[in-house]
Design a binder for this molecule. Structure first.
Ligand code: ADP
Ligand code: UVW
Ligand code: MG
Length: 402
């Protein structure tokens, strides 16, 4: 019997999302989430999809190692334990792969060392990803562990897009350049958008807007990324749930010199206390829309700033691509917030872009078009599935060896 199951681990700074899939029919057997790792109020939510009810554990989970062990216990309780001979491989989302990793990679000591070397440019994400891999290795030393990098899809960017205009020698010495993130999602969504248009990925140019808590835009020409809004770290670009996105770099000097803030304080301010939460106190678009409906001016301004930035990137990537076949919205906000899609494309009819109000109001899990028939550029809502994409890449690389 061939082993056909893949466990996917997406370890964030304080959370682990996981899915167990059977790749023979791409079905999900279990999904879950561990949140607030390291706090007193950690929570594990486990949903078996083979029968049985959703389960929840609350109480402190000290670190990612403990989190993963708890996940292994939950899976074992459903008869889906990590010791199963049906498990072919474990796939890990690794946020920063630098310039080196252009494709999914089977983890060995050299790969671990490189992920570790990149910690200074991904201090929130790479340590958690490393712990995830090491813990999984300890639980199943015989299985291939595959790293799927957020940065990989963006390694096709030309130097003109990837380099910052700073002293070349300094940049190279410290590996300062645009890497881009959410690549697994940008790759999946740009491909699914081509499919929705009935074309091959090579034939279409797409602007992908991944709007989750973290958010990024990318310009994809013929299936290859040519520009993206996140940079050295996931801080640059769009306004996000808690991150500022673009700002004048001199804001940092000003806050240090005049405001007396330390580098760590500024880092935390821009990554955790800015974006929508900094502007209006809420980072959930549902709550912001509710407040706007009640006439809340602060929420209105936060929304307008979010949209203004988004629109600027749509215009920029339109110019970068020259010809655009589709704009695709994805992730929590992009898939669900019709007012965001409508506002981001309002007034762009001259660019061939328009949203049909009725189609935009439809909700659903399937990729769909929301542009009117006459529109020259199609507008699509394409639900992303990073876990399925990671599982697919993991199984393609490591599944057959078992
Ligand atoms: N029905 C909805 N309407 C508007 N926004 C939504 C809705 N559902 C989720 N969101 C937004 O999506 C965000 C989460 O997106 P998600 O892609 O899951 O983010 P992440 O993977 O970064 O945690 C929430 O913070 C919220 O702003
Ligand atoms: C890289 C990044 O921003 O990831 P997330 O959206 O999961 O925070
Ligand atoms: Mg996400």
């Amino acid at each position: 019997m061939t082993a056909t199951r893949v466990l996917v681990l997406n370890s964030g700074s304080s959370s682990v999302k996981y899915q167990l899939l059977d790749m023979s029919d791409r079905s999900r057997l279990a999904v879950g989430l561990v949140e607030r790792i390291g706090e007193e109020t950690s929570r594990l939510k486990h949903t078996p999809l083979t029968g049985g009810d959703e389960r929840e554990r609350t109480g402190p989970i000290a670190d990612h190692e403990a989190a993963l062990k708890a996940v292994a216990e939950e899976l074992a309780a459903d008869g889906l334990g990590l010791d199963s001979p049906d498990l072919a491989a474990i796939g890990h989302r690794v946020v920063h792969g630098g310039k080196h990793f252009t494709a999914p990679t089977v983890v060995d000591d050299a790969v671990l060392a490189e992920i570790e070397r990149l910690i200074p440019v991904a201090p929130l994400h790479n340590p958690a990803n490393l712990t995830g891999i090491r813990t999984a290795q300890a639980l199943r030393p015989d299985l291939p562990q595959v790293a799927v990098f957020d940065t990989a899809f963006h390694t096709t960017m030309p130097e003109s897009a990837a380099r910052y205009a700073i002293d070349v020698e300094t940049a190279d010495r410290h590996r300062v350049r645009r890497y881009g993130f959410h690549g697994t999602s940008h790759a999946y969504v740009s491909r699914a958008t081509a499919e929705l248009l009935g074309k091959a990925p090579e034939e279409v140019n797409v602007i992908v807007l991944h709007l989750g808590n973290g958010a990024s835009a990318s310009a994809v020409r013929g299936g290859k990324c040519v520009d993206t809004s996140m940079g050295l770290t996931p801080l640059e670009g769009l306004v996000m749930g808690t991150r500022s996105g673009d700002l004048d770099p001199a804001v940092i000097f000003h806050l240090a010199r005049v405001g007396g803030l330390s580098v760590d304080e500024i880092d935390s301010l821009l990554n955790k206390k800015s974006g929508l939460v900094g502007l209006c106190g809420d980072n959930d678009m549902r709550e912001i829309r509710r407040r706007i409906d009640e006439g809340d001016e602060q929420a209105r301004l936060a929304f307008d700033i979010y949209i203004h930035r988004l629109k600027k990137y749509i215009g920029a990537y339109y110019a970068v691509l020259g010809r655009v076949d589709a704009v695709a919205f994805t992730a929590g906000v992009g898939e669900n917030a019709a007012p965001v899609r409508e506002a981001a494309l309002a007034g762009l009819e001259e660019l061939g872009l328009a949203v049909d109000g009725d189609l935009n109001a439809v909700r659903g899990d399937e990729p769909r078009l929301i542009s009117p028939e006459y529109a020259r550029v199609k507008v699509a809502v394409v639900p992303t599935d990073e876990e399925l994409e990671i599982a697919t890449q993991t199984y393609a690389l490591a599944g057959k060896n078992n």
